[in-house]
Design a protein around this ligand. Structure first.
Ligand code: ATP
Ligand code: MG
Length: 434
């Protein structure tokens, strides 16, 4: 016997109970984004590999070791399953010249792929909601994006997510800091771990992000980027903070918040919870003014963030969110012995008629006795059962039975059925119709 095939490690099936929870989440997310006038965009899951190398940076976790890259066997092109959405989104915006007349607020939702060690909150196929504002230069949009996150937490009823912000300044400010940082870390080379040594000249800022406890003292004493910011960068950072303060939104400036991707400048932020163990960052983002020109476009400022859907859903459930399984309004059972299959054919007509009126109908398929069909009807969670035998089909009537309350079943003429069902479900006036 052949072995049953399994999904790839770190890539999860989302089964119906969970998939319905995801849909509920997505519904909330769509309404939230519409409230801030963001419009949807959908990009392919596969992109040319150089897009990510160019956008994210060669010396980053993602490009160095996390990408699913392969050669297209037909034409030899280097392709990659997208590890994040910002690069694709900017590529699409440039390709279709979307920034020609006005700035854009865009969002997308979907799977991302990274070859990481799977663990709770960290998967190889995971999902993000990405939110990007392109063509906006001032701190107002950064602040609005941060505030909108807080609204989503409120809409979902999530507590205990705290905000950390930082400013990465501009490239020239980073360069000066970088020189000093390399000199400082180089002076403590014997205390650096292997990864830090490797990164010392390639991406020293990332060393500050290291979780290795042995290096914490040396990291604490390192030159701080914020001390290298010029007037304009500081003013931008203060502009963001002003809006947060006006809104009464608490935040912490974390000078070690540097983000894993190269394209950020000025504002960066993360929303973090202590409730999910090591994988506590549920949302991360910031400004990336250099990316549009880096990908070949006319320079244009931009700011965005991504939500980690799996982590937010885990938090939502941990905090007591219950998802009610949707149930049909009515389950239609039918059985007949007449040669012409009259009961089944009538059951189809009745079911479609009820759906025309807007009811959710589960039509029994697969045959079986009335008794076994009624068991299915009960298990479906439907409020009502419509029962159809040869007798009903002949008379153009349906027997209705309440499945959740005691009481007699009633015969109803087919043309009165929708209003009778409405009356039973919602207590509406039967004559008034629906
Ligand atoms: P981390 O430091 O946890 O690896 P990151 O900096 O690589 O995160 P981003 O690229 O900023 O993450 O992605 C934004 C968000 O997407 C993260 O804050 C997290 O919520 C989620 N995320 C990132 N990688 C994964 C993953 N492998 N599995 C599940 N969620 C993820
Ligand atoms: Mg990562």
């Amino acid at each position: 016997m052949s072995q049953t095939l399994q999904a790839i490690r770190g890539m999860n099936d989302i089964l119906p109970d969970d998939a319905e929870l995801w849909e509920e989440f997505e519904h909330t997310v769509r309404a939230w984004l519409a409230a801030y006038a963001y419009r949807p965009i959908r990009m392919p899951l596969v992109e040319p590999t150089p897009l990510f190398a160019r956008a994210i940076g060669e010396v980053t976790d993602i490009v160095e070791k996390e990408m699913y890259s392969f050669t297209d066997s037909l034409n030899g092109e280097q392709l990659t399953l997208r590890p994040e959405g910002t690069a694709s989104c900017v590529r699409a915006v440039l390709q279709h010249n979307l920034l020609y007349d006005a700035p854009r607020r865009l969002w997308y939702m979907g799977p991302m792929f990274r070859h990481e060690r799977p663990q709770k909150g960290r998967y190889r196929q995971f999902h993000q909601v990405g939110v990007e504002a392109l063509g906006f230069a001032g701190p107002d949009i950064d602040a609005e994006q941060i505030l909108m996150c807080q609204r989503l937490w409120d809409d979902l009823g999530l507590d205990d997510i705290r905000l950390e912000i930082n400013s990465l300044g501009q490239p020239d400010e980073r360069a000066r800091h970088r020189t000093d940082l390399i000199a400082y870390l180089g002076g403590h080379a014997n205390q650096l771990d292997e990864e830090a040594k490797r990164r010392l000249h390639a991406n020293p800022l990332r060393i500050l992000d290291s979780k290795n406890p042995v290096m914490q003292t040396i990291i604490d004493g390192a030159p701080k980027l914020i001390d290298y910011l010029g007037e304009a960068s500081l003013k931008h950072f203060e502009g963001v903070q002003q809006v947060l303060k006006d809104a009464g939104l608490p935040y912490r400036i974390n000078p070690r918040l540097v983000r894993g991707l190269d394209y950020y400048n000025l504002t960066v932020f993360e929303w973090v919870t202590d409730k999910l163990g090591a994988q506590g960052t549920v949302c991360a983002g910031g400004r990336y003014d250099g990316l549009v020109s880096q990908l070949g476009g006319k320079p244009s400022p931009a700011c965005g963030f991504a939500l980690g859907v799996e982590r937010l859903l885990a938090l939502w459930c941990d905090q007591g969110h219950q998802h009610d399984k949707p149930v049909p309004d009515i389950y239609v059972v039918h059985q007949g012995v007449a040669d012409n299959n009259a009961a089944q054919r009538f059951a189809f007509r009745v079911s479609e008629g009820l759906r025309d009126t807007g009811f959710a109908v589960q039509l029994h398929c697969g045959g079986g006795s009335f008794k076994s069909q009624m068991k299915r009807a009960d298990a479906s969670g439907a409020t009502l059962a419509a029962i159809i035998g040869d007798d009903e089909a002949q008379a153009n009537e349906v027997s209705l039975k309440h499945l959740r309350e005691a009481g007699e079943q009633r015969r109803v003429a087919a043309d009165q059925l929708a209003s009778a069902v409405g009356a039973w479900l919602y207590g509406e006036d039967e004559d008034g119709g629906l």
